[in-house]
Design a protein around this ligand. Sequence first.
Ligand SMILES: *Cc1c(COP(=O)(O)O)cnc(C)c1O
Length: 418
Amino acid sequence: MDIDFDGRHIWHPYSAMPAQSNALPVVSADGVYLTLENGRRLIDGMSSWWACIHGYNHPVLNAAIQSQLSQMAHVMFGGLTHEPAISLAKRLIDITAEPLQHVFFADSGSVGVEVAMKMAAQYCFEQGFYNKKRFLTFRQGYHGDTFGAMSVCDPVTGMHHKFRRLLNNHIFIESPQCGFHQQWADHYITELEVHLSQHHEEIIAVIVEPVVQGAGGMNFYHPNYLKKARVLCDRYDVLLIFDEIATGFGRTGELFAYQHAQVVPDILVLGKALTGGYMTLSAVLTNSRVAEGINEPFMHGPTFMANPLACAVARAAIDLLLSGGWQINIKRLEKQLTRQLAACADLKGVKSVRVLGAIGVIELHQEPNWSDVQNQLVTNGVWLRPFKNLLYTMPPYIINEQQLTYLTETIYKTLSQL
Ligand SMILES: *Cc1c(COP(=O)(O)O)cnc(C)c1O
């Protein structure tokens, strides 16, 4: 492959031009393995940014796309509809909480977040809440890279410093400080309560990642926070949006992370694993109060809305997940990750190790030279992409015991050499 051309002409995520390091050339992928041009195989501990939960080159997902392709690849969704969209929407309404009855299909997670924010805003304006113009969210959150999404990302680690002049001024509160397994106490909710009581008249919605804050810092927090947040949002007439783009479809041990708290958001955003990592698609679900409260047309409509190939593979990916005893499988991964990563806690430089569902995180005291670490991992046949002071894995759910052992041992070995 012309890696030289790649580095000079093609942007990769969060990278400069020309590139400061070469991207690895991948020629194929199968199961949990990526195959590089030089023939080396890597276990993908990232599931391609948390999306490829069933592994690569899955016969059932391949067949779903191929069969849809022979019918039609795409048609516009304005004024037209099709079975893949209807069938997927029915499935999503079925598997999510009962009040969520209306679905908007968007192109990516970030766009799904834009849609959720616009939905909440248009609802408020049409209900006559003209003073509402801000969102409330946590520090250390991540909701995507487009403008609306970026404006509710962590103001320090997000891109606020670069785009400050263009971003709306939303309200940030401390991320929940009570860990998932810690003892809950009501003082953890005080800051949210104070802000809602003081500012509710200008707040459209609270938007958060439920239970797991992903790309902003891999924090696992107590579900009671969400229970209390739901009560407060109802009391102060503020909508509640859950961004489950990272957590949806079993990753945290529940099908959706909000189920840990047994609360239902007004708007739910799904993405990433929705298509099993095959294609880009997101879905925004909402209740009848919001959907029917927007009396006028809802003003959003992407060119590739509800792409039939993406909808068909998403439907197949969901059915595959639900048919496979996924909950027992995630427990298996959680137990193995907990057992095998525990040893990392004793390594020099490691601050903490935490596991929830099929997520394993090792937090260091300081950010090491990750590119050395990554080279070392690749040499040993493992693909991970650490950030800040965090080395983590979110493996495909199909990873077997031996493969996961190899992954965790390689992590241990690599960190022990720092
Ligand atoms: C990845 C992610 C997004 C953005 O999704 P894209 O498909 O990359 O636009 C938004 N929110 C959360 C929680 C995510 O993990």
